[in-house]
Design a protein. Structure first.
Lengths: 312, 447
């Protein structure tokens, strides 16, 4: 390929989580994503995956992740099929493994899998000879989101060594938070998590993570802040009081953000509930990198697909 | 595994000589190297064995009383895709067991005398004795106490709603009924509200993997409840597959207070800590060895969930000191389609009859479990709980297992007699090969 960085070790056929990636491997993804963005004008990579068929198997709803994987695969020249679970045999009760084996037989080589069950991509990787990219599994992992967040933070802050990221909200039920903790601590950052007690329970045991007991304590001195989606449509505010109480205690606003480092960027994995996780003014203001995260989503996923296909 | 090498309880009685084996018999406190003779299914002086009888070189072998599993799922009636009496008892014989207690959560459940009789009739020519545990409540529904006296008369050796605890509003009546029958109630100690949808013991591994945590309190509260009720009613209670150190502490105290309580732990809770769900494949007493590609292995999904390393070591210590009466397998066969699904959707349970001895021997080799305690927990002590005699003495019916502690075997599908192969031990090489099992005087397995 013409956009190749000096080749560095990448031995993974799958991307199941970021916890098994070394720092050089994570940096390889981010560097390659930067190259993909710079090469967009020339489309130098447009036939990189022309031998691959990428199947999108999304067993949970998604806009950002599914569309950005589709665009990423197409930008690299792959054939792309969307399983459209609700219209396929999977919707008739066919097992995940059977569906994936069928996809393999019809020619798919890479499957991007999103599933409500934690660990579903591990099953897929063991039981098929497909290359599996985890597009989010239950409350376990969302590796490409963590990688695009890391790219967004690196763009803002440079090297992340010693930097402090605050993650606010329902950390316990967040695959985004878990994968971010792995990625950012591997890159040398410290992570502080905060939210209602039931939403941060257990994280004091994680290496490199501190649990803050209040929003001000979480934001104090943070180099960047990520707030997570409150999944009120799933009844996720149960057990932590009302949505109003959450907003009162945990919503990011201009005044609270003044505790963080000046200009500290705000990230959100989307879709946002403006007025719940953060004010509309913050979401649309100069600190917000929410739009930039979405842009990085495509290039990071291009890099990941090229790496698992072994062509970068 | 084909059927070659297996026998049945209806076969002619055996005559053979095991020469120079280590005979380890907790019933008589003996541990000595000697010749052991069997003629027409009865233990005799070696000198009385006819010269033409089959002879086994016992060098390096241990002879022990036949093993007794207090907790197995034979899946009959109703689930022959997972197991049958025939396949399950062959698995038992292959693992050195001469008795298995069949749990009643079948389809239909064993909840009336006729069904006890049917299962006993179906087991008459099996490869080990099958003892029947009857349901505590009709249909295992937890609402109405079943005909316990009738089932006891039909041959049930105990009662259980295994799969669930008996609910608080039925347990008192059930225990008062049992107090007059001298049959233990086998309790699956788990509070459904506290357990919620827990998939893995609450803690670091569950947090890392994003799996719903199962709190130890789900077990401990039911253990404490049952111990109080057993003390009050005088009924016998047997707490099965305990997985928490605090449960064992409660049992220890209750035993000291004279409560009629016994308990068992499983080989998997002793040996395979919760980190196995993250891909660890080292036993509890070893340093972790994690292969992340094995994470979320559905064969590690079990209820109660795999325990913490600390609790596993506490369970082992309680087997060694006798607080735990028995090692019971909770052999739970499932066909692959129930396990080839994501972790949270996998049917809970793993097979255990053919690997229980081997896991115990790994612990013995590691120096964390005395051999005598292992043998007693597999044979004489569980047998006593259901009123079966054990012991290797001249004049007694031969009921024994002969195994090689040094030989190793690779656990793979072709080596398993069970109709199901759901165990995370597949592919591992373990010590302990059974050479001979004799149940009720008949050779039920010979390698």
């Amino acid at each position: 390929m013409t956009v190749g960085a000096p080749a560095r070790a990448w031995t993974h056929r799958h991307l199941l989580d970021v916890d098994t990636l070394s720092r050089p491997e994570i940096e390889r993804v981010l560097d390659l994503a930067d190259e993909m963005r710079e090469a967009r004008e020339t489309r130098a990579y447009r036939s990189l995956l022309d031998l691959e068929t990428v199947a999108l198997a999304f067993y949970e709803a998604s806009t950002r992740t599914r569309v950005s994987f589709e665009l990423a695969a197409k930008a690299l020249g792959a054939t792309v099929v969307d399983l459209a679970v609700e219209r396929s045999s999977a919707g008739k009760g066919e097992s995940l493994v059977d569906t994936l084996r069928t996809l393999r037989r019809v020619g798919a080589t890479i499957v991007v899998l999103r599933h409500a069950s934690a660990g579903a991509p591990y099953l897929a990787a063991r039981e098929t000879d497909l290359s599996i990219v985890n597009g989010g599994d239950g409350t376990h992992a969302h590796p490409t989101q963590a990688l695009l967040d890391a790219l967004t933070l690196r763009e803002e802050l440079g090297l992340l060594d010693g930097r402090l990221l605050a993650i606010v909200g329902d950390v316990a039920h967040s695959r985004v938070a878990r994968s971010n903790i792995h990625a950012l601590t591997t890159l040398g950052a410290r992570v502080r998590v905060a939210g209602p007690p039931a939403w941060v329970a257990g994280f004091e045991q994680w290496a490199g993570v501190e649990v803050a007991s209040s929003l001000p304590a979480a934001l104090e001195g943070a180099d960047a802040v990520m707030t997570l989606r409150v999944q009120s449509e799933r009844g996720a505010v149960d057990g932590v009081g009302s949505l109003a109480a959450y907003v009162r205690d945990w919503r990011l606003d201009e005044e609270r953000m003044s505790l963080a480092k000046p200009g500290a960027p705000i990230l959100h994995p989307g879709p946002t509930n403006e007025g719940v996780e953060l004010t509309a003014a913050l979401a649309n203001g100069p600190r917000s990198r929410i739009g930039r995260q979405v842009e990085h989503g495509v290039t990071v996923r291009m890099a990941v697909l090229a790496l698992v296909a072994g062509v970068a | 595994m084909n059927e070659a090498g297996f026998g049945r309880l209806t076969d002619p009685p055996a005559s053979l000589l095991v020469a120079g084996a280590r005979v380890l018999d907790p019933a008589h406190g003996t541990d000595e190297v000697r010749d052991l003779g069997v003629v027409d299914g009865v233990v005799v002086d070696a000198a009385d064995v006819p010269a033409d009888a089959s002879r086994i070189d016992g060098h390096g072998l241990i002879v022990a009383p036949g093993f007794c599993d207090l907790h197995a799922h034979l899946r009959e009636p109703g689930d022959s895709a997972a197991e049958t009496v025939a396949s399950g008892t062959r698995a038992a014989a292959h693992g050195g067991f001469t008795t298995v207690c069949a749990m009643p959560n079948t389809d239909p459940p064993i909840d009336e005398p006729r069904r006890v009789e049917d299962l006993l009739a179906a087991s008459r020519d099996a490869a080990c004795r099958v003892r029947v545990i009857g349901s505590v409540t009709v249909g295992r529904s937890g609402t109405m106490v079943a005909d316990l006296a009738g089932m006891a008369a039909a041959g049930a050796v105990g009662f259980s709603d295994d799969g669930s605890a008996v609910p608080a509003n039925g347990i008192g009546e059930a225990l008062r009924s049992l107090a007059t029958l001298d049959r233990p109630m086998f309790e699956h100690a788990e509070d459904p509200g506290l357990a919620a949808a827990g998939e893995l013991r609450a803690g670091a591994t569950a947090s890392t993997l994003g799996l719903a945590g199962w709190p130890a309190e789900a077990e401990i509260t039911v253990v404490e409840r049952d111990l109080a009720l057993a003390a009050e009613t005088g009924a016998r209670i047997h707490l099965t597959h305990l997985s928490c150190a605090r449960s064992l502490e409660a049992v220890r105290r209750a035993k000291a207070d004279g409560v009629r309580v016994t308990c068992d732990v499983t080989p998997h809770h002793l040996a395979m800590p919760e980190t196995w769900v993250a891909g660890d494949r080292a036993f509890a007493w070893e340093s972790p060895r994690v292969d992340a590609s094995l994470a979320f292995d559905p064969s590690c999904r079990v209820n109660p969930p795999l325990t913490t390393r600390e609790d596993a070591m506490a369970l082992l210590a309680c087997v060694a000191d006798g607080t735990v009466d028995a090692i019971a397998t909770d052999h739970a066969p499932h066909p692959s389609e129930r396990k080839l699904v994501p972790f949270d959707a996998a049917a809970p349970g793993l097979i255990g009859l053919e690997t229980a001895l081997s896991i115990g021997l790994v612990a013995v080799e590691a120096g964390v479990l005395p051999m005598a305690a292992l043998i007693a927990a597999l044979s004489t002590r569980p047998a006593a709980i259901i009123g079966e005699a054990r012991g290797i003495r001249v004049g007694a019916t031969a009921d024994l297992v002969v195994f090689d502690t040094a030989a190793r075997w690779r656990v793979d599908r072709s080596m398993i007699a069970s109709a199901s192969t759901n165990t995370p031990l597949l592919g591992m090489t373990l010590p302990g090969v059974v050479r001979l099992t004799i149940a009720n005087g008949r050779v039920t397995y010979r390698a």
